[in-house]
Ligand binder design. Sequence first.
Ligand code: MN
Length: 257
Amino acid sequence: MTDGRPLILLTNDDGIHAEGLRYLHLVASKLGQVKIVAPDTEQSAVGHSITLYDPIKAHEVMKDGVFYGYGISGTPADSVKLALYSLLPRPPDLVMSGINNGSNLGINVLYSGTVSAATEAAILGVPAMAISLAQKKDPPFGWALTHIELLGRWILEQGLPRGVALNVNVPALPPERIKGLRLTRQGLSKFRESVEQREDPRGNVYYWLSGQGTEDETSDEVDITALAHGYVSITPLFYDLTAHSHREELACSLKKI
Ligand code: MN
């Protein structure tokens, strides 16, 4: 059953037992009635993948003897679909995904399970935000709660344009040292990537992918830069991947074939 308060679905890609989700639960509980549906295990960098060729299992997860949420055997995008189509009593008023352990900026947005859960909600017509904290080791999640509460309340009051999800990245700073909120665009700077080739004890070759972000963009309009300068970066995302600005030029060129 739901009471009169807003219904908020929480999910993530770090798994239902992640500390970041526990902090998100704390802050979301101030905004409404909270339901959690999240992957059983860590699913970082699975992007927008969904499970079509295996059954998806959901089990009840308890914390301190109280029902906490549903852990599912699928991906972040699966979690949102399962919640909306089956596990929730009604469509939620807001979906919050996170708090991710580490930022989701620039090109990385495409690989992010955290962001994909929010995008999936937007596709299904529910206002959504992905939240990431820009520190991978011992992330101080508590510092992000002030701004998450502000933004969550704002979305619940104002709504979002249909189909739009917010990608929110919070700097790892105490709230009083954060300079403010910046509406940004996704950075496009390339990653310095490498593939390391190694050998296992049996002589078989295996590989490790790794990458380092480059900071060749300097405008505070860009997510990476705004965050580096101490702002909460908020990028509105839309799932239409069409290159609209090049459609006309390509259409003209096609005519000449
Ligand atoms: Mn993650």
